[in-house]
Ligand binder design. Structure first.
Ligand SMILES: [Zn+2]
Length: 309
């Protein structure tokens, strides 16, 4: 029996671990607080400790687990198993994490970008089941996307494809952390949306509260989410025209406001995309929530041999 997978989702706040069965269900979980151990050496030590602990609690031997899939928030060379850069976790540059963990644990290890992990999870077990092509966008502090093209994850030659948040929309817009100007994320990322909401309500306000107000029918809140949906739809229109996907999955915190947001996204794409692309595409909410990044490990470990094409 080697059909259990250990999925790990490394975030700037928490590192979530989960044991996943072949059906994509998480049956045991644990968690590490990221800021307690940020430097590679400490974080790796904490990871090894927590992995060992989770297996022990579940009375599993290493050989009963097919492998460990780890999603990380940054640029990952998945062929060499190297973490090239984690922009939001200090000290992570060119860390050969796969080799270090394999030597310490003597288990199969695979690394992947976190948004790609979410995409794999949604594709196989969530909103994208059975699709050959899809775009999975995560809306939050960061705005990213994973691409499934022709039945496979598309990573790009430098493993950096899918940076939908850094599509330039405005050549004279706000300067972005990526070095660009007027990036999509500067208009639809959480920081931008909260700033806009605070301007509208004339006080500091969280997006959850704007959603609660919208649920009560508050006019400014409804108008705010409509406008956000139009902005998101505008950015997605470029992707729809470029890739002609049948499905766009939207996840992340903001997608919890889907009731108010999604109608405007759909209307905007329909109105602005080219006719063939616009008429084919469906926009749906992600299904797996914050578990997608752990469940995606199952897909990553599907073929045990490396460089399987
Ligand atoms: Zn940018």
């Amino acid at each position: 029996m080697r059909d259990i997978i250990l999925g790990i989702d490394v975030g700037g706040t928490n590192i979530k671990l989960g044991l996943v069965n072949p059906g994509g269900q998480i049956f045991s979980r644990s968690r590490i607080v990221t800021k307690d151990h940020t430097a590679p050496k400490e974080l790796i030590k904490a990871l090894i400790g927590e992995i060992t602990n989770l297996l022990k609690i579940n009375q599993l031997e290493k050989k009963q687990v097919k492998g460990i899939g780890i999603g990380l928030p940054g640029l990952i060379d998945v062929e060499k198993g190297i973490v090239k850069l984690l922009p939001n976790i200090a000290g992570w540059r060119d860390v050969p994490l796969e080799k270090i963990l394999r030597q310490s644990l003597d288990m199969e290890i695979r690394l992947e970008n976190d948004v790609n992990m979410i995409t794999l999870g949604e594709w196989r077990f969530g909103a994208g089941q059975g699709r050959k092509d899809l775009v999975c966008m995560t809306l939050g502090t960061g705005v990213g996307a994973g691409l499934i093209l022709n039945d496979a994850l598309y990573r790009g030659e430098g493993f950096a494809a899918g940076e939908i948040g850094h599509m330039p929309l405005n050549e004279t817009g706000v300067v972005c952390s990526c070095g660009g100007v007027g990036c999509f994320e500067r208009y639809v990322g959480n920081a931008a949306l909260e700033k806009e909401a605070s301007r509208i309500f004339n006080r500091s306000i969280k997006l959850e509260e704007v959603s609660q107000l919208a649920a009560k029918g508050e006019k400014r809140a409804l108008a705010f989410w409509h406008e956000a949906g139009v902005r998101i739809g505008n950015g997605l229109t470029a992707t729809v025209n470029l890739l002609n996907p049948r499905l766009i999955i939207i996840g992340g915190g903001v997608s919890n406001s889907h009731r108010f947001l999604f109608p405007a996204i759909r209307e905007t794409i329909k109105a602005r995309a080219m006719s063939v692309q616009g008429s084919m595409v469906r926009v749906v909410r992600a299904k797996l929530g914050s578990d997608a990044g752990i469940i995606g490990a199952c897909v990553l470990l599907e073929n045990e041999s490396r460089h399987d094409g």
